[in-house]
Ligand binder design. Structure first.
Ligand code: AP5
Ligand code: MG
Length: 190
């Protein structure tokens, strides 16, 4: 099985690019953000707990997303691997993911990072807010918190995975097709 991490700041295009990636490489897309939004929509206790954090732009506790991902790994029939979108998001989560993969006798295939400058994040999220109405897209203040959370808690993963030779970055600017072609060129090499 292949295990790819799709990495990048908020609004970088992870969800957008995941569709083409899973189709071409027969992967299952696992987005912790989407899984959490489904819990919120269903009004589960976990969703209620998570909503207050997500709507302010903060992360949910590591254990919550770690359990979600481990549960999703159990169903792997008919696919060649997993595309982890938005997980791991802290060094602690990265370490737990490493342990989960080791227990399964598996290893990380690589991290694909989509990188855009902070200023572009606001433009992209403002545009999506009009279409999708996500609560955490609703104001520049929340987006500012999400970007600050990314820099403080998630960005250290770049160093973590670079040190292991597993980090691969693509330029996330340009059209959706431009970025997709850069990602495909990278995946064909991995
Ligand atoms: P999550 O849903 O993962 O949000 P995120 O990481 O902030 O990323 P987004 O989904 O906002 O952006 P994206 O990169 O998918 O961009 P998209 O493709 O939509 O997480 C939400 C929250 O859940 C977190 O804040 C946290 O609270 C919690 N959470 C999730 N995972 C967690 C974890 N592991 N631990 C703890 N908490 C966790 O694109 C954005 C827009 O730009 C779209 O409108 C798109 O059409 C457009 N666009 C994309 N590419 C281009 C392009 N090339 N040109 C022009 N427009 C483009
Ligand atoms: Mg997304």
């Amino acid at each position: 099985m292949k295990y790819f991490i799709l990495f990048g700041p908020p609004g970088a295009g992870k969800g957008t690019q995941a569709g083409a990636m899973v189709e071409k490489y027969n992967l299952r897309h696992l987005s912790t953000g989407e899984l959490l939004r489904a819990e919120i929509a269903a009004g589960t206790p976990l969703g209620i707990q998570a909503q207050a954090l997500i709507d302010k732009g903060n992360l949910v506790p590591d254990e919550v997303v770690e359990e979600m991902i481990e549960a999703q790994f159990r169903a792997s029939e008919g696919i060649d691997g997993f595309l982890l979108d938005g997980f791991p998001r802290t060094v602690a989560q990265a370490e737990v993911l490493g342990e989960m993969l080791t227990r399964r006798g598996e290893a990380l295939t690589g991290v694909i990072s989509i990188m855009i400058p902070d200023a572009m994040i606001y433009d992209r999220i403002r545009h999506r807010a009009e279409i999708e109405g996500r609560a955490d897209d609703a104001s520049d203040d929340i987006v500012r918190t999400r970007i600050a959370t990314y820099h403080a808690k998630t960005e250290p993963l770049i160093g973590y995975y670079t040190a292991r030779g597993e980090y691969h970055e693509v330029d996330g600017t340009g059209t959706i097709e431009d970025v997709r072609d850069r990602i495909f060129a990278l995946l064909d090499r991995l």
